[in-house]
Design a protein around this ligand. Structure first.
Ligand code: FES
Length: 239
């Protein structure tokens, strides 16, 4: 089948403003959107910029706006869309465009770093390893599936209104350590999240959960942080 792709193009070093460029591609209904973008770049226009690596929903590098919804180009198929053979491809919202579909994810990674994405435990290490039983591991399992594609954060309407809000991906990372039975910094972690730029910024819009390509119940995890915070009370505040 013949498909038409209208693709956002913008090179800040050369263009005054963005424009859309149309490409025609022969595709099968089972082709991935990434297959079509690759065809365009390989056969028609080598200047088209987009990120992709694994092509199997593992690396999280090809999140983009496909017909208005954020998704991984390697996971979405031509037949998934009800727009006939027409596709509009744009960069993920919220982030500065570096070129075409490539966005600057530094602010996203800065927020990941801000929640201290590592185990904190100052107790003397045991002889072998810090153990965790399967049930305790199950509590953090959803967050372990995150591939840092930024789909949730770029789709979150709160994040679009407040750039200081940590956003669902960073809060999900925080959840992973707040709930980790081996981590001993729960109090200071909760204190760090206790603001409108932190966990209380989440208004349970659920867009994050809907777009997550790994099926992570993001909203549910964030709600669990709120529950733990309410149960912990004011003693979570450091100092
Ligand atoms: S290319 Fe790796 S997730 Fe799509």
């Amino acid at each position: 089948m013949q498909c038409e792709f209208l693709i956002y193009r913008f090179d800040p070093e050369q263009d005054e403003k963005p424009h859309y460029q149309s490409y025609r591609v022969t595709a099968e209904p089972t082709d991935k959107i990434l297959d079509c973008l690759n065809k365009i770049r390989w056969e028609q226009d080598a200047t088209l910029a987009f990120r992709a690596s694994c092509a199997h929903g593992i690396c999280g590098s090809d999140a983009m706006l496909i017909n208005g919804d954020v998704g991984l180009a390697c996971q979405k198929l031509v037949r998934d869309y009800k727009t006939g053979n027409n596709f509009v491809i744009e960069p993920m919202p919220l982030f500065r465009v570096i070129k075409d579909l490539v966005v600057d994810l530094k602010p996203f990674y800065d927020k990941q770093r801000a929640v201290r994405p590592y185990l904190i435990n100052d107790d003397d290490p045991p002889e072998d390893e810090r153990r965790q039983d399967p049930q305790e591991q199950q509590a953090i399992e959803p967050a372990l599936r995150c591939i840092l594609c930024a789909s949730c954060t770029s789709s979150c309407p709160i994040n679009r209104a407040n750039l200081n809000y940590l956003g669902p991906a960073a809060l999900l990372r925080a959840f992973r350590y707040v709930m980790d039975s081996r981590d001993t910094a729960t109090g200071s972690r909760l204190a760090q999240l206790d603001s409108e730029d932190g966990i209380w910024g989440c208004k349970i819009m659920r867009w994050c959960t809907e777009v997550c390509p790994k099926g992570i119940p993001v909203t549910q995890c964030l709600t669990q942080i709120k529950k733990v915070m309410r149960q912990a009370g004011p003693e979570t505040k450091p100092g």
